[in-house]
Design a protein. Structure first.
Length: 162
């Protein structure tokens, strides 16, 4: 089974999203049925991914996405370039390390998204207006279109909210 993990984000520092994606890759390569794991990072993340990703397993590959730093550039890459890369790599699963625009029909494999938090709703001030509206729309769109959702914190798991 071939897995692509897309973790390209704005962050140039190791954050929870990147740490989660790298730990996911580490867990996947411990499984004999996994033949390839492809981590896809932004150009400014390449070194931090190479420095923190597990070494010594020929099944793990790090790719650098061709995208710019702007949110628009990242969103367009997720919509148009990631599906092409997944097809080239003959991926069985594409795992989004966090919610991003997901064009379900563009993928010829299963898609999974990690849900870390509900910040666009819980801490909307982090985004400001009108960006919070865009972030809420992307979150909803991605969660509706993904084949599976991996909740990675208590606050994002169903039934855990007071």
């Amino acid at each position: 089974m071939k897995i692509v993990i897309a973790l390209a984000s704005h962050s140039a520092q190791l954050s929870g999203v990147e740490r989660h994606a790298i730990n996911l890759a580490r867990c996947l390569i411990s499984r004999a049925e996994i033949t390839e794991v492809h981590l896809v990072a932004a150009p400014w993340q390449e070194n931090l991914v190479r420095d923190t990703a597990p070494r010594g397993d020929a099944r793990l590959h790090v790719h650098t996405a061709s995208l710019g730093k702007s949110p628009l550039s990242r969103n367009l890459w997720f919509c148009f370039q990631l599906p092409r890369l997944a097809a080239q790599l003959k991926a069985d699963i594409v795992h989004f390390a966090y919610p991003m625009p997901l064009q379900r029909g563009a993928f010829h494999c299963q898609t999974v998204v990690s849900l870390h938090d509900l910040y666009p709703y819980d801490i909307s001030g982090n985004f400001g207006f009108p960006k919070v509206l865009f972030n809420r729309a992307v979150l909803q769109q991605c969660l509706r279109r993904a084949d599976a959702i991996a909740c990675v914190s208590q606050s994002s798991c169903p039934g855990s909210r007071a």
